[in-house]
Design a protein around this ligand. Structure first.
Ligand code: ADP
Length: 538
C-alpha cells in the first residue's frame, strides 16, 4: 500500500478500481481516466453503434442493441419491421441493466412488450440486445471466453493480447431459448458468479475439465475436431483491435481532461477483460469489456455447511499470473534504464512498485498475485549483490518464461487504420474544447469550430448552427448519465458532425460523407494555422 505521507514518487502506481489523480506527476498508472465510464454497457453500445453506422460489415461482431428507455419506441418499431419482412424470424432478446455486472438484473424476452417497465427502467437504464441463440457448445454446455488485453498506451495506440484466457461454462445443458426455459440462468448465462451457486458447478484441478477451463484447452479440442483455429484467433484479434478503436475517441477526451498535455503527469496503461461468445460457426461475438477484471487466483470452497475456505484455483493461476507478470515486464521502467546502463552500475530488479492505498477487493487480489510474481525474482540490491553484471551474464528477465502478451497494435496497424475516423472527429472536438480540464464543448467552442472550418454559408447561417448545437446538446444531456458539466459531450458532437456531413455531401454513403468532411476540416485548419504563422513572422 502507498504509505500515508510518502512524498517520493513511484515508478508504477497500481490503483484498485479506477483512475484517481492523487497528485501523481510522473511514473505509470495502471488505469486510464474515464475507462470505467467508457466501457459501461450503454456507452459501449453507443460507441459500437457509431462504428456500425460507419462500417457495418467490420463491426458486425457486436449484437444489434438498443438503449432503454429512450430507444424503446425505436426497438419496438424495428423489431416489428423485421418480423414483417421475415415472418419466420423468431428472435430472443437479452435485457441488461447499465452498470450491472455478474449477470445482475439480466433477463431474456421474446417480444419487446415483455420488457419490465415497472419502475426500474426509468431509474436504471439498460441495454436490450439481440440474443445469440446458436452458441458453440462444448460438452453440450454454453460457455464464454474471458480474454485479457493490455492497453499499454493510447497515443500512440499500443495493444497486447494474452495468448491464453479463461472459458467459463454454464452448468445446465443448453437448449435454444423457448418461453419455458427463458428464465433458466444456469443454461443461458455463463457468469462464474452465478453458476458457482449451481449444484452442478465443477471445480477442477485440471485446466481442461470442469466449469472453468483455459481457452487454450478449448482451442486444442476444436483443433482436434478439424476447426480452423488460426482463423479463429485472427478473428478474435481483429475484434479486440476494432473494439479498442471504437473506445479510443472517448478515452482521449477523458485523458486530455485529467492529464493535460504539456503539464507533468503520469502515463497510463490498463488490463481489460474482454468477454467473448463463440457462435456455432466459430464467429466471435463481443459481449462486453470489463475495466476491472477480477484477478483472483483462489476460489471459495464450502467445507461443511456455512464453513468456507479459500483454495488455490490452478486455472486462474495459470492465466492471470502470466498476465500481470508480463504487464509489469512490458511497462517496467527499469527496462529502458537497464538497456542504457553502462556495465559497472548496479541493477535493481524488479521495478520499484507500490500500490496506491485503496481498500478494494481487487487490490487484495492483485497483492496476492504480486507475491507469486515477485517472489521468485532475485533482487540484486536486496540481496546485497551490488556488483556489476559480468559480460554476457543473463539479466533476470531471461530467467522468466516467454511473454504471454502478444503485440497486435501497431503490429497490424496498416489493416485497421482506416477505421480510425471517429478518432479524427475527436481530435477536432478536443482542439475546440478550450479550457483544459473539461470534457464538454460550449456554444462558443462549437461556433469557433464552424467558423474556423468555414462550414457556415448562406444556406447554413450561424443562427442555424446555434439551433443545431442547442437541439443536439439538450437531447444528449437529457439522457446523459453525467450531469456534472454542461455543454456538448463527444458523442453529441459526433452526431452533429454526421449531420453536417450529410448536409454537405448529400449523395454519398455515410462513411464517405464523414471522411470528406473530416478532410475538409483538417485542410482548412491547417491552412488557417499556416496563415497565422505567416502573420506571426510578419
Ligand atoms: P454482466 O456484466 O452482468 O456479466 P454480460 O453482458 O457479460 O453482463 O452478460 C452476462 C451473460 O449473459 C454473458 O456472460 C453471456 O453468457 C450472456 N449474454 C450476454 N449477452 C448475450 C447475447 N447477446 N447473446 C447470448 N448470450 C449473452
Amino acid at each position: 500500500q502507498f504509505p500515508f505521507g510518502r512524498r517520493l514518487p513511484c515508478d508504477i502506481y497500481w490503483h484498485g478500481v479506477s483512475f484517481h489523480d492523487n497528485n501523481i506527476f510522473s511514473g505509470q498508472v495502471n488505469k486510464f481516466p474515464g475507462m470505467m465510464e467508457t466501457v459501461r454497457k450503454i456507452t459501449l453500445s453507443r460507441a459500437m453503434r457509431t462504428m456500425q453506422d460507419l462500417f457495418p460489415l467490420e463491426y458486425n461482431f457486436y449484437p444489434r442493441s438498443w438503449i432503454l428507455p429512450e430507444e424503446l419506441p425505436l426497438f419496438v418499431a424495428e423489431v416489428r419491421m423485421m418480423k414483417d419482412r421475415n415472418p419466420s424470424w423468431k428472435p430472443t432478446f437479452i435485457v441488461k441493466p447499465d452498470g450491472g455486472c455478474q449477470g445482475d438484473g439480466i433477463y431474456l424476452i421474446k417480444d419487446p412488450s415483455d420488457i419490465r417497465l415497472t419502475g426500474s427502467i426509468q431509474s436504471r437504464p439498460a441495454v436490450v440486445q439481440e440474443y445469440i441463440c446458436k452458441p458453440l457448445l462444448v460438452d453440450k454446455l454454453k460457455f464464454d471466453i474471458r480474454l485479457y488485453v493490455l492497453l499499454k498506451s493510447l497515443e500512440p495506440l499500443e495493444i497486447y493480447i494474452a495468448k491464453d484466457g479463461l472459458s467459463r461454462f454454464c452448468t445446465e445443458p443448453y437448449q435454444e431459448p423457448t418461453l419455458k426455459n427463458l428464465h433458466q440462468v444456469f443454461m443461458h448465462l455463463t457468469n462464474y458468479s452465478l453458476n458457482i451457486h449451481s449444484g452442478n458447478f465443477i471445480h477442477s484441478a485440471s485446466v481442461n475439465t470442469g466449469s472453468k477451463r483455459t481457452f487454450s484447452s478449448i482451442l486444442c479440442r476444436l483443433s482436434s475436431r478439424g476447426a480452423d483455429v488460426k482463423k479463429l484467433w485472427s478473428d478474435i484479434i481483429s475484434l479486440v483491435i476494432k473494439t479498442i478503436i471504437a473506445l479510443t475517441p472517448e478515452l482521449k477526451v477523458y485523458y486530455q481532461s485529467d492529464i493535460p498535455a504539456g503539464k507533468p503527469g503520469p502515463t497510463c496503461f490498463q488490463i481489460l477483460g474482454f468477454d467473448i461468445l463463440l457462435m456455432k460457426n466459430l464467429k466471435p461475438i463481443l459481449l462486453e469489456v470489463n475495466a476491472n477484471p477480477s484477478m483472483r487466483i483462489e476460489h471459495e470452497q464450502e467445507l461443511s455447511p456455512g464453513v468456507f475456505e479459500n483454495v488455490p484455483s490452478p486455472v486462474d493461476e495459470e492465466v492471470k499470473v502470466a498476465v500481470i507478470r508480463d504487464t509489469l515486464r512490458l511497462v517496467d521502467p527499469q527496462k529502458k534504464k537497464r538497456k542504457d546502463t553502462p556495465a559497472g552500475l548496479p541493477l535493481h530488479y524488479p521495478a520499484l512498485l507500490f500500490f496506491q492505498a485503496c481498500f478494494s477487493k481487487e487490490t487484495k487480489e492483485t497483492g496476492e498475485i504480486m507475491r507469486h510474481i515477485t517472489d521468485p525474482i532475485p533482487c540484486r540490491r536486496c540481496q546485497g549483490v551490488e556488483q556489476a553484471p559480468e559480460a554476457g551474464e543473463e539479466l533476470p528477465e531471461a530467467a522468466l518464461p516467454s511473454l504471454c502478451l502478444k503485440q497486435v497494435f501497431p503490429k497490424y496497424a496498416k489493416q485497421f487504420s482506416y477505421l480510425r475516423l471517429v478518432d479524427r472527429v475527436a481530435a477536432l472536438f478536443i482542439r475546440f474544447l478550450g479550457v483544459k480540464g473539461t470534457t464538454k464543448l460550449g456554444p462558443t467552442g462549437f461556433r469557433t469550430f464552424i467558423r474556423n472550418c468555414k462550414l457556415s454559408n448562406s444556406n447554413f447561417s450561424m443562427a442555424a448552427v446555434d439551433i443545431l448545437y442547442i437541439d443536439i446538446t439538450r437531447r444528449w444531456n437529457s439522457m446523459g448519465i453525467d450531469h456534472k458539466e454542461s455543454g456538448m459531450c463527444l458523442q453529441a458532437f459526433v452526431e452533429a458532425f454526421f449531420c453536417l456531413a450529410q448536409r454537405k455531401y448529400k449523395s454519398l454513403p455515410l462513411h464517405d460523407q464523414v471522411a470528406s468532411l473530416i478532410e475538409l476540416c483538417e485542410c482548412r485548419l491547417a491552412a488557417l494555422r499556416g496563415k497565422r504563422l505567416v502573420w506571426g513572422c510578419g
